[in-house]
Structures are given as C-alpha cells and as structure tokens.
Design a binder for this molecule. Structure first.
Ligand SMILES: *Cc1c(COP(=O)(O)O)cnc(C)c1O
Length: 225
C-alpha cells in the first residue's frame, strides 16, 4: 500500500461515523490525489481557485471538491459549476455572487460561514457578532441558490493544546447559537469544519463534523515562488 493510502486508512479508522475527512491536496500533484482516490478517498480540498479548477478538470468526476481558501468574488464563476462545498464565505457580497453564479448553472451551492476566533490578525472570517448581523438581514432566505450548511473556523497556530481546545469550543458555541437563532428547523445547517493535521483529534472532541487534513496525508508542502 502507498504511504498516502496508509495515512488515509489510519486517519479514517479513528473517525467517528459523523465526521468526514477532507484531504487537503493543495500544492500536491494530481498523482498524489489519484493515490488517495484509489484508497477510497472522495473529498478533497484546495485553497486556490486556479489549482482547484485545473485539478477538477483532470481528475475523476465523482470527487467532491471543497474550496477552503479565501475566495474573491471575481473568481466564483470558475468553481460555481462543480464545487461541492465552499468553507470560506465571509461576506454578504460573496454570498450574493455565489448565488448568482450558481443560478447560471441551475445549482444550489453549499457554503459554510467562516468565523474568526483565533488571535492572529491575518486570518479571514467574520466575528460572531458580524455573522449574527449578516444573518439577521435574512440573507439565507433571500438567496435560493445558496445553502448555508454550517460554520468553518481555525484555531490559533500554537503549541498550547488548551488554547486550541478552548478556541474549538468557541467555534462550536457560535455554531450552536447560530443554529438556534437562524436555522432551528433546517437540517442542512449541520456542519462544523475545524481541525487540521496537528489538531484534528481535539477538533473532533469539540464537535467537528468535517476535518481538513493535508500534511498528515500528503507530507510536507513545498511552495514555489
Ligand atoms: C492547508 C490548510 C489545511 C490543512 O493543513 P495541514 O496542517 O497540512 O493539515 C486546513 N485548512 C486550511 C484552511 C488550510 O489552508
């Protein structure tokens, strides 16, 4: 068995049935994805529109592609025809654009609202208050070609396990509050995307339903400039 297949099997063995593994393949070649695919993996995530579109065109059609990186409105059109779930929605304008582009393809595109709780300044996402204000405008009802399915978040990049745990717990609380306030009877609103290679065990304990794991499956990433 390949190293990639082994890594996938090992991670999947430890997952509760309600948690989906998304293999984050950014920067890695299509051949790596094919190895993971041969091991049964179907959910893959990328953080750049161009790379995501190129890989989707070249790889099997039954792959479920997740967009996990910052998304500019002018690039939505490239992924709207096929994307399975956009994790990184953080503005009204982006939601409206996704709705418009999805409609052109007669699709409803599933989205997660990205929340910002980590202490780092650079991370994208909405604060809990901004998310509440946005949803209070009734936007979820206004956009028929968008389906808001939950929340995505990241913990601070730190070795402090208790800080990571408490940040994941905060993401879970934001999910619960949002569900209660805006989606009480909507079964589609059910996902919490949190946890990466270094912290997905903690994320699952704190309520993750989608984990985004890259380097533990594919190895180190080498960035070219
Ligand atoms: C790259 C990336 C991941 C995966 O990170 P690893 O540490 O390699 O598992 C998860 N989420 C997001 C948003 C990423 O950009």
């Amino acid at each position: 068995m390949s190293v990639i297949a082994e890594a996938i099997n090992e991670i999947k063995q430890g997952l509760p049935p309600h948690v989906e593994l998304i293999a984050i393949s950014k920067t890695h070649p299509a051949a790596f994805i094919e190895e993971a695919y041969a091991a049964g993996q179907r959910h893959f995530g990328e953080n750049k529109v161009q790379e995501l579109s190129d890989k989707a065109a070249a790889l099997p059609a039954d792959i479920k592609w997740h967009m996990i990186g910052h998304l500019q409105t002018n690039k939505v059109k490239y992924i709207a025809p096929f994307v399975h779930l956009i994790h990184s929605v953080d503005s009204e304008r982006l939601l409206e654009t996704i709705n418009k582009e999805a409609a052109k393809h007669n699709r409803t595109v599933s989205c997660l609202m990205q929340v910002h709780i980590a202490q780092e300044e650079t991370k994208f996402g909405l604060t809990a208050n901004e998310l509440h204000q946005l949803l209070a405008t009734g936007i979820a009802q206004r956009l028929p070609n968008v389906k808001i399915c939950g929340i995505m978040g990241m913990a601070t990049y730190t070795d402090d396990q208790e800080q990571i745990r408490s940040e994941f717990a905060t993401i879970k609380r934001i999910f619960d509050q949002t569900k209660h306030d805006f989606f009480p009877n909507d079964n589609n609103f059910c996902h919490i995307s949190m946890g990466m290679s270094g912290d997905y065990h903690i994320a699952i304990q704190e309520g993750a339903t989608l984990i985004r794991v890259g380097s533990s499956i594919f190895g180190k990433r080498y960035y070219q400039k």
